[in-house]
Design a protein around this ligand. Structure first.
Ligand SMILES: *Cc1c(COP(=O)(O)O)cnc(C)c1O
Length: 468
């Protein structure tokens, strides 16, 4: 097989290769690994020239990954829909906070969180692929809040698609829950699981590998950030950030600070760098759910119970895209990658080989930020820069302020609107953050969801009851 950005292999090395449409509609590779392109496309420096339009940058960054897998014009149509759903002309505006410190605002979309960027594209591209093939698709996704909201907004009433969303019962914010449960769409089922986010992820993995559901005729897949299409949809805003820096006269390569849960956002940045985007480094900023930070800093990747924090969308203890980082950092060694994650699945802990660890550390560093520091950062952002930020953004900003800025600018990614997390933000700043229109429009619509136990049987029964 010749390597090419539009041919995909599994991180575990035991799946047939696939094109973009297949990787998009499957989500996870059949051997339990994650799809990766067999080569990184090369971006021309024009891609991040000052003043470029978001859709142009996204076409340059994403086009090579699609190849000829979708009907002509599919990416243009998807990007048209994406950009029309965002307020600012830049789509993801870059805001200067102080010398050499910036915030990239990713929350101006339909559900006021960064996941809209990837999800709107994934929905539009899936519908193109399904129309072309005449198939139907059932999507199952686990969410700690924002993924589900973004997925419901993107896929509601989409032809040929049914969407089932599992969220941890009473562990998502009321706004996030209402974004998922108030939509009137017969193709959407919301399940509230008595457990944590990792339980939801486990149930989704079980459903996706259930042969009896596969046999029922519809494709089964996930829109979690394991889906390559979602990852690809997050690459353009890194390009946009560098372009906007250039517009402001800053040409030194930035360090990106990424508030991290499943490491999908951060891995999209790594991909952009592999494609030639000038980036000086990445810092994954996690909350007290610090399995990733411990893996990178101590060399032992160990599962722990997730704890509840204010940055709930990052309450993840087994970050799925860590597997992509291991694969890439090991020099694309599928045997090693499979070994690491099979050991982790079996023993809940795995020691990373020294060479691998060094390669990972050369790519990304990691910082864990505790709850008092997160609150202090929300207060600091308001007092110093006049910015009301959500807890996820505060985790990134706190880590950003600890980074050496003598060699270049530091960009913290701002991932959600603070009004989605008013319960945590209001007590710190002393007022309720002003909700954007997309949240005001939720009103008092009735909610629809089903509460289930965190067992495979309960999940299967609910999915069967939905007719999937
Ligand atoms: C999902 C999410 C994150 C974490 O992104 P990952 O890709 O899972 O690392 C951070 N902030 C917000 C608001 C999110 O919704």
């Amino acid at each position: 097989m010749t390597s090419s950005p539009d041919r995909y292999i599994s991180t575990r090395g035991r799946s047939p290769d696939a094109d973009f449409a297949e990787a998009l509609l499957r989500g996870m590779a059949p051997d339990g690994g994650l799809y990766m392109p067999t080569a990184w496309p090369r971006l021309s420096p024009d891609a991040w020239a000052p003043g470029r339009a978001y859709a142009d940058m996204a076409t340059a960054a994403m086009g090579p990954f699609l190849g000829a897998a979708l009907p002509d014009g599919a990416l243009d149509r998807a990007l048209g829909r994406l950009t029309s759903g965002f307020g600012p002309a830049e789509v993801t505006p870059l805001r200067k906070l102080e010398d050499d410190l910036y915030m990239l605002e990713l929350s101006h979309g339909p559900t006021a969180a960064f996941k809209d960027l990837a999800m709107q594209l994934a929905a539009a591209l899936s519908s193109e692929a399904l129309q072309a093939s005449g198939e139907r698709l059932t999507l199952v996704t686990a969410t700690s809040g924002d993924t589900g909201a973004a997925a419901v907004a993107a896929f509601a009433n989409t032809d040929r698609v049914r969407l089932i969303v599992l969220h941890p019962h009473e562990r998502v914010s009321p706004v996030q829950r209402r974004q998922m449960t108030t939509v009137e769409a017969p193709n959407v089922l919301n399940l509230a699981v008595r457990g944590d986010f990792d339980d939801c992820q486990r149930l989704v993995k079980g459903l996706l590998s259930d042969e009896s559901l596969r046999a029922a005729g519809s494709r089964f897949s996930s829109v979690n950030s394991i889906n390559w299409a979602r990852l690809a949809g997050q690459i353009p805003y890194y390009v946009s950030a560098v372009s906007q820096l250039a517009t402001m006269g800053e040409t030194r390569a930035p360090v990106f600070i990424v508030p991290t849960g499943n490491f999908g956002d951060a891995f999209a940045g790594v991909a952009a760098q592999k494609m030639g985007l000038p980036v000086a480094g990445f810092v994954a900023a996690v909350n007290q759910n610090d399995a990733l930070a411990r893996a990178i800093n101590d060399g032992v990747y160990a599962r722990r119970a997730a704890v509840e924090t204010a940055s709930v969308s990052m309450d993840v203890q087994a970050p799925s895209n860590f597997e992509r980082l291991v694969f890439e950092a090991s020099g694309r060694d599928a045997d090693l990658t499979r070994g690491v994650f099979e050991t982790f699945a079996r023993e809940e802990t795995v020691t990373l080989p020294a060479d691998l660890l060094n390669a990972i550390r050369a790519q990304v560093s990691a910082v864990s930020v505790d709850e008092p520091t997160t609150r202090d950062q929300i207060a600091h952002a308001h007092a110093t820069w006049g910015q009301v930020v959500c807890p996820h953004t505060a985790v990134a900003l706190s880590a950003a302020r600890g980074v050496d800025r003598s060699r270049g600018p530091v960009i913290a990614l701002s991932t959600a609107h603070p009004a989605k997390f008013g319960r945590d933000v209001a007590p710190v700043v002393g007022f309720d953050p002003e909700p954007p229109k997309v949240i005001r429009d939720l009103g008092d619509k009735p909610e629809r969801f089903e509460i289930i136990d965190a067992t495979a049987d309960a999940a299967l029964a609910a999915v069967r009851g939905f007719g999937a």
